[in-house]
Design a protein around this ligand. Structure first.
Ligand SMILES: Nc1nc2c(ncn2[C@@H]2O[C@H](COP(=O)(O)OP(=O)(O)O)[C@@H](O)[C@H]2O)c(=O)[nH]1
Ligand SMILES: [Mg+2]
Length: 186
């Protein structure tokens, strides 16, 4: 048995998925994680360091690293890339004037070798207060983040709400499906 198939078998057996949540400050990363854990989401303060939470889902342990997104903290993001299976990038749909800032940071992160090949889930959050056409919004995000140009990442884009829970489990399902697809193909 080759080394690659041993690693794949091991990954499928462990069912430990490392998920890194990044995005600009105030996009709703912490609220999304707390909402998935069915915790109180009313009193969440800005993340000054990082939080680690484990979500058990469909037999998997999702170890979620939620890192503070303020500009002064972004240099620390680079300490958390090791062994990342999935990057979840969260965008605030009520703050679209920050889309180009999103691209600047997103592009920098994806150039990182340690994230090569990780799955990428982009969540456009706060869709509960978004008034416009969500299909056009998705198109704008795809174009601004230049998602079509990504060659080394499988990716998915969903509009979601940490408040209502909309599409959060859909995002989790995608992660589980992608993980299994990746490690079953031997
Ligand atoms: N309307 C709305 N507000 C949200 C949603 N998710 C988060 N927020 C609010 O956005 C602010 C920032 O959330 P937080 O989770 O701290 O963002 P983080 O900095 O990315 O971790 C808080 O006031 C949240 O209550 C959402 O789905 N809908
Ligand atoms: Mg936070």
């Amino acid at each position: 048995m080759g080394l690659l198939s041993i690693i794949r078998k091991q990954k499928l057996k462990e069912k430990e998925v490392r998920v890194l949540m990044l995005g600009l400050d105030n996009s709703g990363k912490t609220t999304i994680v707390k909402s998935l854990l069915h915790k109180d989401i009313k009193e969440i303060s800005p993340t000054m360091g990082f939080n680690i939470d484990t979500i058990s889902y469909k037999g998997f342990n999702m170890n979620i690293w939620d890192i503070g997104g303020q500009s002064s903290l972004r240099t620390f993001w680079f300490n958390y890339f090791e062994k990342t299976d999935f990057l979840v990038w969260v965008i605030d749909s009520s703050s679209l004037q920050r889309l180009s800032e999103n691209f600047k940071e997103f592009d920098k992160v994806l150039k990182e070798d340690r994230l090569a090949g990780c799955g990428l889930l982009i969540l456009i959050n706060k869709i509960d207060v978004y008034q416009g056409d969500t299909e056009k919004l998705k198109e704008a995000v795809i174009n601004t983040l230049q998602l079509q140009k990504l060659e080394n990442h499988c990716w998915n884009l969903l509009c979601c709400s940490a408040y209502s829970g909309k599409n959060l489990t859909k995002g989790m399902d995608w992660i589980v499906d992608e993980y299994e697809r990746k490690y079953y193909i031997i």
